[in-house]
Design a protein around this ligand. Sequence first.
Ligand code: HEM
Length: 141
Amino acid sequence: MADSAATGRSIPIVSPVEGVSEALIRELVETFYDRVIRDPELGPIFHKALSGRWSQHLALMVDFWSSIALRTGRYQGKPQTAHFGLPLTPELFARWLSLFEKTAQDICEPDVADFFVDRARRIAESLQIGLGIGPKALRLP
Ligand code: HEM
């Protein structure tokens, strides 16, 4: 295909879900972390880890979700590494997920909310496995 040759890309980038824009991702991220920071259990963890770096964290999280929902490739970090050393438990992950689910449902169309929540759940699970916590953590003798 001429287009592919011109762009050097043979497979078009297709968003895995319809109806997501950068503006929607920004609204989701800003609303979610606004709620997170006011949460009595999650808030202090973010306050302590991110003092003075809050706006960078929000920009990073917009890039993260834009890479997932729009396949922009803007996030190239390693989420696993960022969570080492934080006092995380399965209960805190469940709390994070329930706040995220409520926020996604408040802001997005139902199928778009389902998409974000499904990805968040899977990533939360793999983060917990990597951190050695939760029901699926490897229990080595
Ligand atoms: C109990 C749940 C969670 C807590 C308390 C938490 C807390 C944090 C904190 C404090 C940071 C900033 C670390 C730093 O820059 O020093 C961070 C970074 C991040 N978190 Fe979480 N997190 C949680 C769950 C999740 C989940 C479920 C996801 C994905 C769906 C996620 C995605 C990320 C990403 C992408 C970063 C940025 C990593 C980087 O620096 O490249 N987090 N998190």
